[in-house]
Write a protein that binds this ligand. Structure first.
Ligand code: ZN
Length: 230
């Protein structure tokens, strides 16, 4: 397997930033590709560019704003309030139908042009909303489709697929970028970087994961130092 170069679908959020550094650990050369899809917080692309610069990887941004015009969702429609909870029997209005399908398909064409075989995405099946295009079955199916569509041998990597937010923080820590991810990434639905607004679903999930991880880490440190935490 060619382990030379990988392309990361990169938003500048906690998950894709962790994936960016994961890719840096596993591949010689890394490209980060961001998408402008008409999201309310376009500064997330600027933050992504800064993180990519700090990580010393190639960076590019694609305008795919047609995605925001195709359907209604609260990430692109400024007149819509974001769902704070998942409504029973449906997806929250933060779901952008087709987003990962478009992103990964465009990323694959972009990668093919540059002779890159490996694609990395931060989707996770343990994600709270259960978006269908974050599931393992979708990614595996799309991987086959992309290979058939372009007669290529792409490999889509999903380092976060089966881990939760606490384990994602643990991975960032193992990669030596916990502080960077904590302070520089933007996950918040209200567009506030770092610890964010604190009350949107993305902030809650991120904070709960961090607290859980730090608790486990402190316990382990305590045990190593012979301290028993009651
Ligand atoms: Zn928030």
């Amino acid at each position: 397997m060619n382990k030379e170069t990988a392309l990361v679908v990169f938003s500048g959020g906690q998950d894709s930033t962790t994936c960016l550094f994961w890719a840096k650990r596993h591949f010689k050369e890394v490209y980060a590709l961001s998408f402008l899809y008409g999201q309310k917080h376009e500064k997330e692309v600027e933050l992504a560019r800064e993180i990519a610069r700090e990580a010393e990887v190639h960076f590019d941004a694609m305008d795919v704003s047609f995605i925001g015009r195709l359907g209604h969702n609260s990430l692109t429609d400024t007149t819509m309030a974001m769902d704070e909870e998942k409504p029973a029997g449906s997806y929250p209005n933060t779901f952008v139908p087709g987003r990962n399908l478009f992103f990964l398909s465009i990323a694959a064409v972009y990668a093919r042009e540059r002779g890159i075989q490996h694609l990395v995405t931060g989707v996770s099946q343990t994600d709270f909303s259960g978006y269908p295009d974050c599931r393992d079955s979708f990614i595996k199916s799309l991987n086959v489709t992309l290979n058939l569509a372009m007669d290529e041998q792409f490999v889509i990597h999903t380092p976060l697929m089966w881990i939760d937010k606490a384990e994602t923080w643990a991975l960032a820590d193992q990669l030596g970028v916990l502080e960077l991810v904590r302070t520089k990434t933007l996950t918040c639905y209200n567009g506030i970087p770092g610890d964010g607004c604190g009350h949107c679903p993305a902030c809650k999930l991120r904070r709960e994961g961090l607290e859980r991880y730090l608790e486990i880490k402190n316990e382990e440190l305590g045990m190593k130092n012979g301290l028993r935490i009651p």
